[in-house]
Design a binder for this molecule. Structure first.
Ligand code: LLP
Length: 470
């Protein structure tokens, strides 16, 4: 009945209960009753204990992915006689527990605001393992970073160089600094024309980088240790990274003629599967290809390979997360005389997953509280917000008997869902629960209506927080 509404990429599944390995955590399976379990914990038990909507993160999966990406880059670097350090990009999903997990797995941490820095420090992350990003770091944030003795600050503007130099000099500190450079390669489009892509807020143009390097080197409070470049996010193939590496090594070589630069940071952006049709290159292939490209460029210029750094976020956190929702209404909507679309409304929406609204992102979904032999039926999974663009999963085949009170699970929601969440329509943000070895524990508390009311000065006149600067 609904075939005409299905997007071309979406095939009718042979079994609408299956859990495609590319998009689900390795631990995900169905128990004897057909209930989805993650990390050994049944979705129905998670609902009973913690309520819905619920972000569920498989700790074992997140840690395993952190180790895998660390090993991929370290092995690729060791083969070429250098070292690689992997920074977890906390913007993908940061909490104190996550900061501890990734650092226990040997990673460093990339933060991009004073708030993320505060989480990292409060979690006990060794400051020397922190890289501090951001295109508009305030003086207060820079003071906090320098006072904490963060390992590196990645500078993004002349204003920031001046601010940071003053902050460090006032404290008698030499702050290690990387310069963020826009290589002109924005891999989303796979278009390597530099001039087409310079019009965005991050970093310095390649052509300006030598002048900025000289400015940094002239500051007694700063120590230039390298260049940084990040070409974009959710990238599946090697081409953009390779082209960017070539351009950035050329700059590195030029700047190293004046004084050696120990570090080359090539950012993150490694893609993941959100649906079963997504097919990113394995991280080992990407790591090896990128490091090989750097090595070849260095060899061609007769310079040693610098120590490398990478900043994956989504790759580590994304596939470790699953969001659980409870179904409310199931409504056939007549789209035309020929077609009816089944709208399945859940108890969350764009406030806990803004990615369809923001990026047209596609997701998949499965019944979680049971399996079903009912015929797969095309559905659109929508939220509870007062907005027609409040779509969680644009198109998915669910068993045709999906009904009120069923649980649905949306995989690959571990990155940029909790971190982009809002309380739109006064819908409180969900809790985050970590599952591992059959146990579940809250790692981020659920926001409550009381939390929201407490911020409303018409109801709660006094607050300690209004003067907080970041
Ligand atoms: N390093 C830098 C300097 C970055 O700007 C980013 C992401 C990363 C590392 C990590 O990128 P990843 O490995 O996670 O792709 N909200 C968007 C993604 C924004 C990414 C911003 N920067 C989304 O939901 O897709």
């Amino acid at each position: 009945m609904n075939a005409s509404l299905a997007p071309a990429w979406l095939a009718v599944p042979r079994d609408a209960n299956d859990l495609a390995p590319a998009v689900w955590p390795h631990s995900a399976c169905r128990d004897a009753d057909g209930v989805l379990t993650i990390g050994g914990v049944a979705a129905t038990a998670l609902r009973d204990d913690f309520g819905t909507p619920l972000y569920v993160v498989d700790e074992g999966e997140l840690r395993a992915r952190a180790r895998r990406v660390r090993d991929a880059f370290q092995d690729a670097a060791a083969t070429r006689g250098t070292e690689a350090r992997v920074y977890y990009a906390g913007k993908a999903f940061l909490s104190a527990e996550v900061a501890r997990w990734v650092t226990e797995e040997g990673l460093n941490l990339d933060v991009c605001t004073g708030g993320e820095l505060a989480v990292a420090l409060a979690a006990g992350v060794d400051p020397v393992r922190i890289g501090f990003h951001g295109n508009n770091k305030s003086r207060v944030e820079l003071e906090a970073a320098v006072d904490a003795r963060v390992g590196t600050v990645i500078v993004d503007s002349v204003t920031e160089v001046e601010r940071l130099a003053a902050v460090a000099a006032a404290r008698g500190i030499r702050q290690p600094v990387l310069i963020r450079v826009n290589s002109g390669v924005h891999a989303e489009t796979h278009d390597f024309l530099a001039t087409a892509h310079e019009d965005q807020k991050f970093g310095f143009a390649l052509a300006d980088a030598p002048e900025i390097a000289a400015l940094v080197r002239a500051q007694p409070g700063l120590m230039l240790v390298g260049v940084h470049c990040h070409i974009g996010s959710q990238i599946f193939g090697i081409d953009g990274f390779r082209e960017s590496a070539a351009r950035i090594v050329a700059l590195h070589a030029e700047l190293s003629e004046i004084d050696p630069l120990p570090i080359l940071n090539l950012g993150g952006g490694f893609g993941i599967a959100y649906t079963s049709v997504d097919d990113p290159d394995p991280i080992e292939a990407l790591a090896d290809g990128i490091v090989a490209a750097v090595a070849a460029q260095c060899a061609a210029r007769g310079i040693p390979i610098p120590r490398l750094a990478f900043e994956p976020g989504r790759y580590i956190a994304g596939p470790a997360g699953v969001t659980l929702y409870e179904v409310g209404t199931v409504k056939p909507v007549r789209v035309s005389d020929e077609a009816t679309r089944i709208y399945v409304s859940v108890d969350g929406g764009m406030s806990d997953n803004a990615r369809h609204a923001l990026y047209d992102a596609q997701y998949s979904a499965r019944l979680a509280s049971r399996s079903s032999t009912a015929e797969p039926t095309l559905t659109r999974i929508v939220g509870r917000h007062c907005e027609s663009g409040d779509i969680v999963v644009d198109a998915e085949y669910l068993p045709g008997d999906v009904a009120e009170d069923d649980l649905l699970a949306v995989p690959a929601t571990g990155a940029y869902c909790y971190s982009l969440a809002s309380s739109y329509n006064h819908v409180p943000r969900p809790a985050v629960v970590a599952v591992r070895d059959g146990r579940a524990r809250v790692i981020v508390h659920r926001e409550t209506i009381a939390d929201l009311l407490a911020r409303d000065a018409g109801l709660t006149p006094t607050s300690e927080g209004n003067r907080c600067l970041y």
